[in-house]
Ligand binder design. Structure first.
Ligand SMILES: [Zn+2]
Length: 171
């Protein structure tokens, strides 16, 4: 499947973190907060609804501009919905990107799914081309503390740590 065309460079970012993201290839996580229910149609669950709360989406970027370009596209306030995750990013109250240079989205997804209380809300979401993951989106429990001061920093550390412990086969 061909890579989607890169977005124009003048797409306005919603988050000042973009300039700090790597321009090389790798995986990324979008930590997304929904403030209202969103209807999402995936092949496995037509007519499903995502409830308000926190979600984490794992993706990978291998095209021009790497992780920074892909995340910039995800954070664009206006775009044509093309991927499952676009329905979340277009309706999100908050989006926080995390970069994992040189890593794979499936390895990062396993770390996310291992977080305490994480669930798979929509089997198949974002994983149409993946044969190993149940989905590339996890729902995080309200008590995960993400909205509290320091909660996001703790989440970043938890995902980074889980990624390493979840990958004992790394050379
Ligand atoms: Zn996968």
């Amino acid at each position: 499947m061909p890579e989607p065309a890169p977005m124009p460079a003048d797409t306005p970012p919603r988050d000042a973190a973009i300039p700090r993201l790597p321009i090389g290839p790798g995986a990324y996580v979008l930590l997304i907060r929904l403030g209202r229910p969103i209807a999402i149609a995936v092949r496995t669950l037509p007519g499903a609804t995502l409830l308000p709360g926190w979600y984490a989406y794992a993706g990978s970027a291998r095209g021009p501009g790497g992780i920074a370009a892909r995340v910039r596209r995800h954070l664009a306030a206006e775009k044509t919905a093309r991927w499952h995750v676009d329905h979340l990013t277009l309706n999100a109250q908050e989006i926080h990107p995390l970069a994992f240079p040189g890593d794979s989205e499936c390895r990062v997804l396993r770390a996310l799914a291992a977080l305490p209380g994480a669930t798979i809300p929509l089997p198949g979401f974002g994983a149409s081309d993946c044969t190993t993951c149940p989905a590339h989106l996890v729902a995080l429990p309200a008590e995960s503390g993400l909205a509290a001061e320091g909660g996001l920093a703790e989440f970043r550390q938890a995902v980074a740590g889980m990624r390493q412990t979840a990958a004992p086969d790394r050379d």
